[in-house]
Design a protein around this ligand. Sequence first.
Ligand SMILES: [Zn+2]
Length: 333
Amino acid sequence: MVSYKDLGLVNTRAMFAKAVKGGYAIPAFNFNNMEQLQAIIKASAETKSPVILQISKGARNYANQTLLRYMAEGAVQYAKELGWRHPQIVLHLDHGDSYELCKSCIQMGFSSVMIDGSSLPYDENVALTKKVVRYAHRYDVTVEAELGVLAGVEDEVSAEESHYTKPEEVIDFVTKTGCDSLAISIGTSHGAYKFKPEQCTRDPKTGKLVPPPLAFDVLKQIEKKLPGFPIVLHGSSSVPQEYVDIINTHGGKLPDAVGIPEEQLRKAAKSAVCKINIDSDSRLAMTAAIRKVFVEKPGEFDPRKYLGPARDEMVKLYKHKIINVLGSDGKAK
Ligand SMILES: [Zn+2]
């Protein structure tokens, strides 16, 4: 058993309480390779932003759980090397789908886990979440749960249709399970194709798709039922069109990729939403930068010459999110 405290990591409790009060949100960035992790830590250290490093089950299978665990430990030391005196870094399991997986992550040094029982019937979701919370709290590990279903595809998580979180269920759910934060469904979606073209309107000037707005009325009702309780938004990439355009003009094929407009996320960050998950945007930044090198310098075959620019592009993206969308810069000096 490795405690996250010995690795220099923190859980989400104090971080979320401050964020809810302060009207900003903590970035939760997924990683599964060294360049992504370097970019996340560099951007967080340079902006002094608390940060959540997320590992999905797919990432764990891709990169090896032991290696990822040591990478997170290394990330804390790297942050200090970059001059961040008191790094506030959480290591979080994204979309845990079983008690056993959550338990194993907690034993490996994760400071926070998500148990996603959102596809189960309500009572089973309650029972599973409760069981994970009971185990996690023994080690002061915080637990994110989910109510409602997000559409879209992300690693092993996928659903055809979304179902908004029912505000009338949230008090009962949070009380019965004892979870520390709640992921809700108000119209965000996983992946780079968050909406079908027929769900969107088209901007008459640019011809680009404009997605439907988030259900802020549902968020408001949930906030009223659970004053000050930390709320989480998944599937909150904005799918920057400049990356999609670079990809499409450099041999890629991402027709009609569309995300959540940043002004909507900015608005959400000011509410009880205190954790915003961003994964697809960094995948797009990385892919766009790599494709550009491959087309412009076809003779290049040193991975550092295309992963390096990809890493630089991700640092730029993460800093932009932290400063201009979530408002978490300067909150972890
Ligand atoms: Zn998610």
